[in-house]
Write a protein that binds this ligand. Structure first.
Ligand SMILES: [Zn+2]
Ligand SMILES: [Zn+2]
Length: 159
């Protein structure tokens, strides 16, 4: 890895640096992500919360309904309201919106999920796994990422 991945919001109030490569990168085509982004999909770089170093600003958490029952906490710049990352179930990981990186080409999807609602004009490459809904990380994540995840979960999953 050459230089650390850095990113931020549109107005520059929020700046962050990822202190390692992400665990895995999701491209999610679900209806929630489409609505939240107003676009065809979201690119989420999953990383341990403590590997996001805030260089400037304090992202403000906003709870956003997700589906009929779920909630998702989206962290936004208080000034320009750009969403920089979100939290799903686990507090120990964040889903960094890869489009907020200064160089978004530094990450690419490792998997496409919820392709059942993928927009018909989006063509996916054969080289990247794609699932109509979700998938089993144990089958897809590199060993090093699974170990990092196990470390987060504590002794239960530790080998
Ligand atoms: Zn901002
Ligand atoms: Zn989604």
């Amino acid at each position: 890895m050459s230089t650390a991945l850095e990113g931020g919001c549109a107005c520059g109030e929020i700046r962050f640096r990822l202190t390692s490569e992400p665990l895995f990168v999701h491209c999610c085509h679900c209806l929630n992500c489409q609505r939240q982004t107003g676009s065809a999909f979201v690119i989420n770089a999953i990383i341990e919360t403590d590997r996001i170093e805030l260089l400037a600003g304090e992202p403000r958490p906003v709870d956003v309904p997700r589906g009929k029952t779920g909630k998702q906490r989206i962290f936004r710049c208080a000034t320009c309201q750009v969403a920089v990352f979100s939290r799903y179930t686990r507090a120990s990981t964040r889903f960094v919106r890869a489009g907020t990186l200064d160089d978004p080409s530094r990450v690419a999807p490792d998997v496409h999920i919820y392709t059942r609602s993928k927009l018909p004009w989006v063509t996916l490459p054969d080289s990247v796994p794609a699932f109509t809904t979700y998938y089993d990380p144990k089958e897809l994540w590199p060993a090093a990422s699974l170990e990092r995840l196990a470390a987060l979960r504590g002794s239960k999953a530790r080998r």
